[in-house]
Design a protein around this ligand. Structure first.
Ligand SMILES: Cc1ncc(COP(=O)(O)O)c(C=O)c1O
Length: 387
């Protein structure tokens, strides 16, 4: 094989990251500081949120969201059955029980027709995952909730730049949780963010990520001075993002509009090239869907895992990296063993896990790179010629 390997994706770094990192290091301020504040303000602006609180990952953002909303033992949290494991683990972290709902195999998001049936008197929150960058319909979730007091936590790990009916996700529910892992369109190495319009929730999250610090005690009779210390009236954590990470994030945001436009254009081209391929479902939901295509995920309609694996193997032999889409979380060991879930309980999520393939989509991908992926996929599906 002489063709260069095609990666799934990689971050786009250049001199701007270096310049901002230098600015940060020269300032000698390397923990949470002015660059984090700038990064948070920009993410808040991008997602129409009044508050954005950075943290170490989307996983910690989800954890902080659950704590900040007061979700705890005895509560149920509704989670789509096909997602990344931490969409559910955040409920476990706080002693709540995740209640899984099967997904729509076309959008890969929560099946909204099954949602109402999963809501009980114990439901305290719904983790609304915008999987792979396609928004789940928050208005429909709100309609299913009705006048019950149930929080909507948007798992927007994959959804920087995603819109729903033209509005950015992240503050459509009670809060949003973003990821800046290197497979995301904007990366800080590792990193996350909680976005919200709720000032009280923002204050709790800010405190919980910072050791539970609750400010200066107004009733302290001492004269204020260098001896004055913060109070810690909550049990908190150190889940702060550093200015080093925010320096990278700020440089990334400068190129974000171009990166997003490139991903959308490449996805539209994949959709056009693969849309007529028999037995293959492509993520074509129209430009108005607001899909950000953090991942470009196709599904083999046979649902046969061995067949899917054979296709992935053939692509690997052609130097083309792929990954499965996501997990059927209820049947991962921890959840299966704790709650006794079986594959047949979530047939659509299991089907999605078994039949999805994430295709390469990386910065600077050329038409020739993309044609190579399409050709190899069609051959692997028995619909192309190896000539
Ligand atoms: C839907 C979803 N939620 C949560 C996460 C966790 O993000 P992080 O790696 O930043 O903790 C991911 C990671 O890919 C994800 O895809």
């Amino acid at each position: 094989m002489t063709d260069k390997p095609l990666p799934l994706t990689f971050p786009s770094f250049d001199e701007r990251e270096i310049a901002l990192l230098r600015e940060c290091l020269d300032s000698l301020w390397v923990t949470q500081g002015p660059l984090v504040e700038r990064f948070e303000a920009q993410i808040a602006g991008l997602h129409d949120a009044r508050h954005a609180l950075s943290t170490t990952s989307c996983t910690s953002a989800l954890h902080l969201a659950m704590l900040g909303l007061g979700v705890g033992p005895g509560d149920e949290v509704i989670v789509p059955a096909f997602t990344w494991v931490t969409s559910a683990s955040c409920a476990e972290y706080v002693g709540a029980r995740p209640v899984f709902v099967d997904v729509d195999p076309v959008t890969f998001n929560l099946d909204l027709d099954k949602l109402a049936g999963a809501i009980s008197a114990r439901t305290r929150a719904i983790v609304a995952v915008h999987l792979f960058g396609l928004a789940v319909d928050i208005d429909a979730i709100r309609a299913a909730i009705g006048d019950r007091e149930i929080f909507i936590v948007e798992d927007a790990a994959c959804a920087i730049g995603t819109t729903l009916h033209g509005r950015p996700v992240g503050a459509l529910g009670d809060c949003g949780c973003f990821s800046f892992h290197p497979r995301k369109v904007v990366t800080t190495g590792e990193g996350g963010m909680v976005t919200t319009n709720d000032a009280a929730l923002a204050e709790r999250v800010a405190s919980l990520r910072n050791h539970g610090a609750t400010g200066i005690d107004a009733n302290n009779p001492e004269e204020p001075g260098p001896w004055t210390m913060a109070t810690f009236n909550r049990l908190g954590f150190n889940l702060r993002m550093s200015d080093i990470q925010a320096a990278v994030g700020l440089a990334q945001l400068e190129k974000f509009p171009a990166l997003l436009a490139e991903r959308r254009a490449r996805a539209a081209r994949y959709n056009a090239l693969l849309g007529a391929c028999g037995g293959l479902q492509v993520p074509d939901h129209g430009a108005a869907s607001g899909h950000a295509y953090q991942s470009y995920v196709v599904r083999l309609q046979t649902g046969d895992r061995a067949r899917r694996n054979a296709v992935m193997k053939q692509l690997a032999q052609a130097g083309i990296s792929t990954r499965a889409g996501a997990h059927a979380v209820p049947v991962l060991g921890y959840y299966r063993d704790k709650y006794g879930y079986r594959r047949e309980d979530f047939p659509l999520a299991v089907g999605c896990e078994d039949s999805t393939i994430t295709l390469p989509l990386f910065p600077g991908m050329t038409d020739a790179d993309q044609d190579r992926v399409v050709e190899a996929l069609l051959i692997a599906l028995g619909q192309g010629s190896a000539a």
